[in-house]
Write a new protein. Structure first.
Length: 380
């Protein structure tokens, strides 16, 4: 097993026999992150409810207040699948059947064989490890698909051409709405100039589970032509469903996408400059404490120059946004809200700059006071 993964595993042990409990504790803590020990089933249930990071439970059958089977049943009310190992000094058919009915992971007899216990835990950890890796991969895949959906045109369809899903970009470029999906077919969006044989050849490739990539001509609801560079693949062999991930290749849409990238890059640059600006202020405060007036004046002059540069850049970005908004007025109508958000972000940056200017003025006043104090001290 992956040792790094084992160090992240937490085990709850419920055992009322002190010798057995200490044996389990001393053995398991060598391999796992944390071992929680309970002297009876009731205490174990309380610990389980208070700790959401427990991965495996090991419990004796015969315990005071609440036995192992009752503990298992109580935990199964909230978690049907957490691994649960029963330890018992004897096999009783009724207890064994109860444990099996409650989805017990393993049933081990006393005297306890540590090697057997570790093998059982290893199997359970292996399953959890692969589940953990699967969750991570699924999370990466979801993040990847989410990122793609933000910049790409995505739609899903069945083999008969029925379109089952479109992302916002596809709705926008095709002109269709969500309410149109229940009656929308691939034939409605593919341009009639595309030969039938070309379409059938594409279906032949993707139905075999292969990727198909190429440029295709489409038509919107308002009969406007647009071009997509498509990647088509089969997503489900059961439902016979296919996904298309595409990018617009018409000149207007390329310019639109570049504009969005430029705005995002501008915001990223503003955030970076803000961080650097704050670091420079910290450095200036440190220098102020040492009353190095000559260096301080130089820094203030430098910050004023940088502030002027930032203001010029802001004006430049505002001018670019204004010019592009005028040029692509119809195209950007649907993005009006989004652009307003970008303008708000820029305004926030301007406000931050104004606050920083005020702080500089305060620092300048402090410098003057310190200079006067220094002169008085020199006179004395």
């Amino acid at each position: 097993m992956n040792e790094e993964f084992l160090k992240k595993v937490t085990i709850l042990v419920a055992e009322d026999q002190e010798n057995d409990a200490q044996l389990l504790l001393s053995t398991l803590k060598k391999y796992f992150k944390k071992i929680l020990l309970a002297n009876d089933g009731l205490e174990a249930l309380k610990i389980y409810k208070e700790n959401k990071d427990i991965d495996i439970i090991i419990s004796d059958v015969d315990m005071p207040k609440m036995n192992g089977i009752e503990l298992l049943k109580s935990i199964r009310y909230s978690d049907l699948y957490i691994p649960f190992i029963i330890i018992s000094g004897k096999i009783e058919n009724e207890i064994l059947m109860d444990a099996i009915n409650q989805n017990v992971s393993s049933y081990i007899l006393k005297p306890l064989d540590i090697k057997t216990l570790l093998e059982k835990i290893d199997i359970l950890c292996e399953k959890k490890y692969f589940e953990h890796r699967l969750e991570k991969k699924q999370e990466e895949l979801d993040n990847y698909l989410s990122s793609i959906e933000k910049v790409a045109v995505v739609f899903k369809l069945k083999r008969d051409g029925t379109i089952t899903y479109m992302n916002e970009s596809m709705f926008e470029v095709s002109g269709y709405k969500k309410e149109d999906l229940n009656r929308l077919n691939f034939d409605d969006i593919i341009h009639p100039d595309i030969p039938k044989k070309y379409i059938e050849d594409t279906w032949g490739i993707v139905s075999q589970g292969k990727l198909w990539t190429g440029n295709t001509k489409f038509i919107s609801k308002s009969k406007e032509i647009f071009y997509l560079k498509n990647t088509i693949f089969k997503t489900s062999s059961i439902d016979d469903e296919y996904m298309t991930i595409a990018f617009l290749t018409t000149k207007e849409n390329i310019e639109k996408r570049d504009f969005h990238k430029k705005v995002l890059l501008s915001i990223k640059e503003f955030n970076l400059k803000e961080y650097r600006y704050k670091e420079e202020i910290k450095a200036l405060r440190a220098e102020l404490s040492s009353i190095n007036l000559t260096s301080f004046e130089s820094k203030i002059a430098s910050m004023k120059q940088k502030n002027s540069s930032y203001e010029a850049q802001l004006k430049k970005y505002e001018k670019e946004i204004e010019d592009l908004n005028e040029k692509y007025k119809d195209m950007l109508l649907s993005k009006k809200t989004e652009i307003s958000r970008y303008v708000d972000l820029i305004q926030i940056e301007k406000n931050k700059n104004l606050k920083l200017e005020e702080e500089k003025q305060k620092l300048e006043e402090e410098r003057k006071i310190l200079k006067e104090l220094n002169e008085r001290l020199s006179n004395k």
